[in-house]
Design a protein around this ligand. Structure first.
Ligand SMILES: CC(C)(COP(=O)(O)OP(=O)(O)OC[C@H]1O[C@@H](n2cnc3c(N)ncnc32)[C@H](O)[C@@H]1OP(=O)(O)O)[C@@H](O)C(=O)NCCC(=O)NCCS
Length: 244
């Protein structure tokens, strides 16, 4: 279904300093990093590349066909560039081979970076990581559907409301990323519902969510279908949307 890595900035001392760990980046990525001057952005960008390359390394070690032929010599990370297309969607470019045909998604929140890839060919993935924390009420008013806002209100506030807000928001972002749209699209066109039966093959601890799309998005998705899974990890909620 999908594979993921949740990486922490503490895994390498350079990451916390917004510097690249040795032999992590390809020359193309080094050039991109040199253009990122805002420290928090550098840290997030690096954490995403760190998580994504950890994941690709795990797949290579298992002989997964998605990264066929990738030899994990001491410079293998430098042969891979995690780049973004014109919409911002990340992809993997391998030196001398071009763009790999795998779907990758990245999210970063605080000290954590999430990278996920779809295992089945042709499936598009969107991943999002959110912190469970107090949020401005305007987030729900402006970006949630009426039904979603009602569900948040019914939690009675406090920690339960924070978890519900994070879960709904994360679901919306994951779906918009799987579609390659990001937050350019109206987030109320994705309605995140309750849990549903988790499909076989889902990684341990991930549970399926009911998702309804407004006609404009449903038409974009058709004839494909959407599976959305979420899980809690400490004070975070991670969501993965798969466009099958
Ligand atoms: C893209 C967006 C959904 C990210 O949400 P966020 O909560 O700020 O950040 P996250 O950490 O969860 O995700 C960031 C990652 O999403 C990915 N991403 C960016 N645009 C994306 C898109 N259209 N579709 C799928 N994934 C996208 C990138 O990999 C990015 O990380 P990277 O820049 O380090 O590679 C949101 O910022 C957005 O849509 N912004 C408006 C459009 C935009 O500015 N896009 C970037 C153009 S280059």
């Amino acid at each position: 279904m999908f594979r993921y890595v949740l990486a922490h900035a503490g895994e390498h001392p350079a990451l916390a300093l917004a510097q690249a760990p040795p032999r992590l980046l390809s020359p193309r990525e080094e050039a991109i990093l040199a253009g990122l001057t805002f420290l928090p952005r550098r840290r997030k960008w690096l954490l995403g590349r760190w998580a994504a390359k950890r994941l690709l390394g795990e797949l290579a070690a298992e002989g997964n066909g998605l990264v066929a032929g990738l030899q994990r010599n001491e410079d293998w990370r430098r042969q891979l560039s995690i780049l973004n297309d014109e919409a911002g969607v990340p992809y993997v470019d391998r030196e001398g081979q071009g763009r790999l045909s795998l779907s990758l998604s990245i999210s970063h929140r605080g000290d954590w970076g999430l990278a996920a890839v779809a295992i089945e060919p042709g499936v598009c993935i969107g991943a999002d990581l959110e912190t469970v924390e107090p949020r401005a009420p305007a987030l729900v008013r402006q970006f949630f559907s009426e039904g979603e806002a009602d569900r948040v209100a019914r939690t009675g506030g406090g920690a339960a409301a924070e978890r519900m807000v994070a879960r709904i928001w994360s679901g919306k972002e994951a779906v918009l990323k799987a579609m390659g749209l990001g937050l350019r699209h109206d987030t109320r066109d994705i309605v995140v519902g309750d849990e549903r039966t988790t499909p076989p093959g889902a990684p341990e601890a991930w549970r399926a969510l009911d998702i309804r799309l407004a006609p404009v998005l449903a038409a974009r998705v058709s004839p494909r279908s959407l599976t959305v899974l979420w899980r809690e990890i400490d004070a975070h909620i991670a969501t993965v949307a798969l466009l099958l």
